[in-house]
Design a protein around this ligand. Structure first.
Ligand SMILES: Nc1ncnc2c1ncn2[C@@H]1O[C@H](COP(=O)(O)OP(=O)(O)OP(=O)(O)O)[C@@H](O)[C@H]1O
Ligand SMILES: [Mg+2]
Length: 402
């Protein structure tokens, strides 16, 4: 009964995948017999921590449950190598051991005359991504299933890999083979993929923009796992937890986990537990989500965020430019980049707001995170000890909890 069901972290599937059922239904249709839908080629995007990876996980599970073959890869330079020399041969060997040794390794080539041997050496039958995928589809179709290619972490640095895989999949889809592809990444990377030469295929793909959870979905994501593990959560406590998550899936898990472990032997999770959990989870957002997100940005991008943080709600883009001492054209470039990175949103014309919960509060409390890289509050105390006076007036924040 004390086993914590919640899974704060990245890429770790939650006990209940809230709010994604309608979406998964679209893919269930692709996986079902005969139904072709635009979702057979899909691009999933959304801010960091919104649940892209765990959605891919869920989709892969659905596919395997229908006997589909799943080729999963996290995009990086060298992925094609890994697929051609390791992952695809392993799948082929598992599904078709005989053909594997005959066709792919060439080990059982009959001993034939010298001339033929020469030909074999000059034109060795190389294991190729394209032909291996084709064979895997054939094998899957023979058992009434198909092949799902699932790619995570689309990045500008590995567009060549994405292109190579996309071309192979597109070729097979044109031949009406039962193959589906899904790729996920933050908005900036997906935008880069859509712009890249040779990736027009994806411009026709289904675009899936993952949003944060609604209040009702966040409530369910907390309440259902608690109940299924034999505990309860009071109405006021549940409401407080769900609202404090702002529907951000990472926070749902983080608050849920901490509320659970506050008094694990008491059956009901009460508001005290949630209050404590929210405090700790909010403080931990800096380390787990916000600082990593800031790290990928330029100094000027971070200045833009600092300027935004002066407002309690959505900021006017004109005010932000003014605070930065920038022309609105220059600030517009920062704005576009931050939108692409999934760090800010534009709720209405001329306004911008933070996409990631707690970012405003974090930047106000730790402006140096945005300016200097990442000296922590702890490091600041050493500077004080050395009598550093070059930063008068800087307020030290209490150490982050959690
Ligand atoms: N629909 C959901 N319901 C409940 N919890 C979720 C849901 N989606 C994601 N989570 C939880 O949110 C956290 C982040 O999920 P995930 O790692 O999939 O995000 P991501 O979008 O892939 O992030 P990144 O861009 O950093 O790769 C995990 O703890 C996961 O369990
Ligand atoms: Mg991910």
């Amino acid at each position: 009964m004390h086993d914590n069901p919640f899974r704060p972290g990245f890429g770790i599937s939650p006990p209940m995948l809230a709010g994604r059922d309608a979406l998964l239904d679209e893919w269930r249709e692709v996986l079902g017999l005969g139904a072709w839908s635009p979702y057979r080629a899909a691009l999933v995007t959304g801010m960091r921590g919104v649940g892209k990876t765990v959605l891919l996980n869920a989709l892969e599970d659905e596919a395997r449950a229908r006997d589909w073959t799943v080729v999963h890869g996290t995009l990086h330079v060298g992925l094609i190598e890994v697929l051609e020399h390791d992952r695809l041969p392993a799948l082929l060997e598992e599904q078709d051991p005989e053909a594997f040794s005959r066709e792919w390794t060439g080990l059982t080539l009959p001993q034939i005359g010298g001339a033929t041997t020469q030909v074999v050496q000059h034109y060795p039958r190389e294991p190729r991504l394209e032909s291996m995928l084709e064979r895997l589809v054939e094998l899957a179709e023979a058992r009434g299933a198909g092949l799902l290619v699932s790619l995570d972490e689309v990045a500008a640095s590995s567009l060549d890999e994405l292109r190579r895989i996309a071309i192979a999949v597109q070729h097979l889809q044109r031949e009406d083979r039962r193959i589906a592809i899904v790729a996920a990444g933050v908005p900036a990377s997906i935008a880069a993929a859509l712009d890249a030469d040779g990736l027009t295929f994806f411009r026709r793909a289904q675009q899936v923009r993952l949003d944060t959870l609604t209040l009702a979905e966040a409530r369910a994501a907390i309440e259902v796992p608690v109940r299924e593990r034999g505990r309860t959560i009071g109405e006021a406590a549940l409401d407080m937890a769900a609202r404090a998550s702002e529907g951000y899936p990472f926070l749902v898990q983080s608050i849920g986990a901490r509320a659970w472990e506050y008094q694990p032997s008491v059956t009901e999770i009460v508001t005290d537990a949630v209050q404590h959990a929210v405090h700790v989870a909010h403080a931990a957002m800096g380390e787990s989500v916000i600082v990593p997100a800031l790290r990928g940005l330029s100094g000027r991008d971070r200045d833009y965020l600092i300027a935004m943080a002066e407002d309690d709600g959505p900021a006017s883009t004109i005010d932000v430019a003014e605070r930065m001492g920038a022309t609105s054209g220059n600030a517009g470039r920062q704005r576009a980049r931050l939108l692409d990175a999934g760090v800010i949103v534009a709720p209405e014309r001329g306004r911008v707001d933070f996409a990631i919960p707690r970012m405003r509060e974090h930047l106000r409390a730790h402006p140096h995170d945005a300016q200097l890289g990442l000296p922590t509050a702890a490091r600041e105390t050493f500077r004080d000890g050395a009598g550093a006076t070059e930063q008068p007036g800087r307020e030290l924040d209490g150490p982050a909890v959690g």
